[in-house]
Ligand binder design. Sequence first.
Ligand code: 1GP
Length: 251
Amino acid sequence: MIKGIYHSLAERKRQGKKSFAVLIDPDKANDQNMEQLIMLAVEARVDYLLVGGSLVVSNYVDECVQLIKKNCNIPVILFPGSPSQVSKYADALLYLSLISGRNADLLIGQHVVSAPAVKQSGLEIIPTGYMVIDGGAPTTVSYISNATPIPADKNEIAVCTAMAGEMLGMKLIYMDAGSGAKRAITEDMIAKVAAMIEVPLIIGGGILEPEKAYLNCKAGADLIVVGNAIEKNASLIKEMAAAVHSVPVAV
Ligand code: 1GP
């Protein structure tokens, strides 16, 4: 089930190249703002478009993904908060297990219920250890997941959680301070986690400035995800992507 998208991510990591993804919340997207966003994303050479969110109430997921696929070649990866956000039109799906929480439903329960539909979708499925890190304020993900985030200064908990996720077979680790977090994840935590795992590390939540994205990558992030900051100011796409792509390849 692991196919092209994962291989591209893993290969970019192997080469020391950093990747940039824009997160699109289908509840806030419409045909007009999507067209502008797609144009900017193509120009900025964005590597991936993530579609989804912890709580999506609109029925726009399928349409949103189809619109992207019609207008550009940037791979679309689903980042679903629930099984209802699975769209067969995407390229891949982050098959998220909330390994930082102790909510059995988000560790395995929803996966069992949705397994036949997910398999039938034909999507590339990427097992992803999802870790919510305290971002200084309750976020939608912390409320919806009903799970305690990892405290922002408890690096050792984050490291052990990521290691356990990798040993359980997760192909990606996604550390998220939550959409609109007041504080993004510290470089210290990113560096410590990155040093102990081999799979690509995704970092997101509360990244507002290109400089922060750059520092996160220098610390060890392989893929940076930005949503809110770009929703507020779409022209940031270019600077964010450029910052991530300017990180020197480690030798
Ligand atoms: C949230 O990591 C993403 O799940 C992106 O967060 O919207 O704060 O950029 P922001």
